[in-house]
Structures are given as structure tokens and as C-alpha cells.
Design a protein around this ligand. Structure first.
Ligand SMILES: [Zn+2]
Length: 146
């Protein structure tokens, strides 16, 4: 797995960003899948201001997504940064394992075998999974770090 970190977070340094992204990846995916991933983490000062979200992920390859760009707002505190990274890594797992695919030019999304056109953000199954698992991942990471 190759992890690049661009920009600066106010609460977590580059070395720890790499450590926790790698930890989350291994909690979520097989070693084999992890070893093929390229992940760029960009800390962006204006992400929240611009998009009203604290993190986003983009997969660069539709058919066999292995390259990802994760953007995280750089003003978050330590715990919120970990939560946002864990959340986006759950989406990386969903894309890398082919559970989630979005059709770039339409608003359709495929989740497992279902095509979903549009729904409220909170009720989307991939968001439910991400919100449901992020806290536990952070907890495991903090335990591992001790
Ligand atoms: Zn999400």
C-alpha cells in the first residue's frame, strides 16, 4: 500500500496519518487487497467551507478501483480527523471490493446488486455502514497505538 499525504492538518502529522490509514485499511480489507492500494490524503483548509463536509473520497478508476484521493478538512481536532479518515477508508473498502460503484455521468449508484437513483444522504446503505463502523475503527486504532 502506498500512502501519500499532502497539505497539513492542525491536529495530526503526516507520519501518524499514514499509520492510521494503513491500520484502518488492514482492519477492513485483506492483506492482498491492501497491498494494491494507492491512497493520497489531502488536508484541505477550506473543505468544510466549500463543500459542507469534513471528508470526501474519490476513486480514480471505475472498473478496478485501487487509486483513491481522500480529502479531509485540516481544521478538525484529533479525534474528528481520525473519525473522518476512518469513515472515508470504509468507502475505500466499499469501492475496492466492488460493493459500491458510482456512474460518473449520471446520479445513479450501484450498491451491491441494487441500482440506487437518489435517496436522502443519511439513509444510503454505504453511509449507514460508514457511520456505523467509524467509531469502532477509531477505538481500535487508539488501543493499538498505546
Ligand atoms: Zn460517507
Amino acid at each position: 500500500m502506498i500512502i501519500w499525504v499532502t497539505g497539513r492538518s492542525n491536529s495530526i502529522n503526516k507520519k501518524e496519518t499514514k499509520e492510521c490509514v494503513s491500520f484502518f485499511a488492514h482492519e477492513l480489507m485483506s492483506n492482498r487487497l491492501c497491498s494494491n492500494l494507492y491512497i493520497e490524503v489531502i488536508y484541505n483548509k477550506r473543505l468544510y467551507e466549500k463543500d459542507k463536509c469534513v471528508g470526501v473520497v474519490d476513486s480514480l478508476d471505475y472498473y478496478r478501483p485501487r487509486d483513491f484521493i481522500i480529502e479531509i478538512d485540516s481544521n478538525l481536532n484529533y479525534e474528528s480527523t481520525l473519525r473522518a479518515l476512518a469513515h472515508e477508508m470504509i468507502h475505500v473498502k466499499q469501492y475496492a471490493r466492488g460493493e459500491l460503484r458510482d456512474y460518473a455521468k449520471s446520479k445513479k449508484i450501484r450498491w451491491k446488486d441494487e441500482i440506487i437513483e437518489s435517496r436522502a444522504y443519511w439513509s444510503m446503505p454505504w453511509e449507514k455502514e460508514a457511520y456505523g463502523k467509524e467509531k469502532k475503527l477509531v477505538k481500535n486504532y487508539l488501543k493499538f497505538k498505546l
